[in-house]
Ligand binder design. Sequence first.
Ligand code: ATP
Ligand code: MG
Length: 453
Amino acid sequence: MDDVRDLRGGGHDRMAIDIPNPIPGYDSAEHPAPPVVLTQPGLPIRRADIDPDALKIMGRLQRMGFVAYLCGGAVRDLMLGRRPNDYDIATDARPGQIKKRFANVFVIGRRFRLAHVHCPGGKIIEVATFRRELERGDDVDPSVPPDPQAIYGTPREDAFRRDITINALYYDPAIDAVIDYVGGLEDMRARRVRTIGEPGVRFAEDPVRVWRVLRHAARLGFEVEAVTARAIPDFGHLLATASGARLYEEFNKDLAYETRPVFEALRANRLLGHILGAMGLAYETDPALFAKISALLDVEERARRGGFQLAPEEMYALVFWPWLEPLFDTPEEDMVPVLAAAIQNAGMRMTIPKTLRANAVHILVLVDALRSALRTGQVRSALLHRAHVSQALRLLSLIAEGRPPAEGETFETLLRRVHPEAAVEERMKRRRRRRRGRRNRGGSPAASDGSST
Ligand code: ATP
Ligand code: MG
């Protein structure tokens, strides 16, 4: 179902009933209103659309006497008829209890412990214990786990500590209904992104939420609710105070899908510079440059929908490309350190792991080399044997052709299309022959393999 505007159905479907508090003694008096519960037939979620492994895990937890809800982005996406990116489960079972009762569970996280249930096929489902918003103090050591009594909470507290109302809905498979403590159903219906609680307070607590508001609005095509929107200019710059690791983690979520609309929202709110330093500022202030990255991200999104998936280093290379491309106009013998220095000196707030950065740079240098080869029709076969060349080719296809490489398409295929077949072929054949001859003379044992290319 694509539309939630008729979410309320005939009016009987959306009832406010009290859900018995599953953890007596835990509930606070702060938010005493009972949750809104949306049941079938007005609920736009079909059980058949829910990941069977997630249903299995919730079913088992519930049979053991625990509460187990689907939560976060999965509920939001299911209600909108979108395929969830991942499935998160919230429960009153503690990580240790989950570990004891399930096979294939890894408890991760030092400060907040989460259970990762590893399912067949490599899928991981995150099972987190309901928790409350922690008091923030300057003396808090982020690596030390807080006292369990201070962390864990009720479903209601768990809903209220979340970022925006549409991300705080629970789906309870036991009653096939969505439970809403925060007004998320109403905002879903109005297609609106609103922080839970006072935006100024929530943004000050965690400036990354500014980004998250913009991301979810941009991805879903929702509007940012007025009070939330008014607070953004006052808190956006605080993004720069978040840790580099945290910014990297969030940036990867943007790279996961629907990247272009989020980039546009970040640019419109002048936040790209706070995340990406000089590169972000360049994208923010140079419309022609931004048009290039936008177009590339659109190509990438289309390819992704067609089942083509870029690896992280390819995705980073893609994001860097329009900004770094002008450096190739004044080529140096070795462009690797030139690009690496540009990235290093950009003053990016987010920390990109070294290997990832280095791989992205190598890919880009090869993209340029392949591009020159396409232009001139001349290619040294050594180039085609370099590490990362297949990744560079994938990127080059997106950049130069506006599409991913077709099945079985090689660089030679591309080259032949651009240049008269005979000439190119002869040149490549001659080179290959010469190399083979050299190898044979050297008596290398490797000379006999790899000749089938
Ligand atoms: P997607 O995975 O599709 O990007 P998501 O909503 O699942 O979207 P995640 O980043 O995976 O987003 O976070 C999972 C859930 O955790 C969110 O839905 C939200 O409820 C909560 N959450 C994440 N980040 C914050 C934050 N900074 N403050 C409060 N709650 C948060
Ligand atoms: Mg998620």
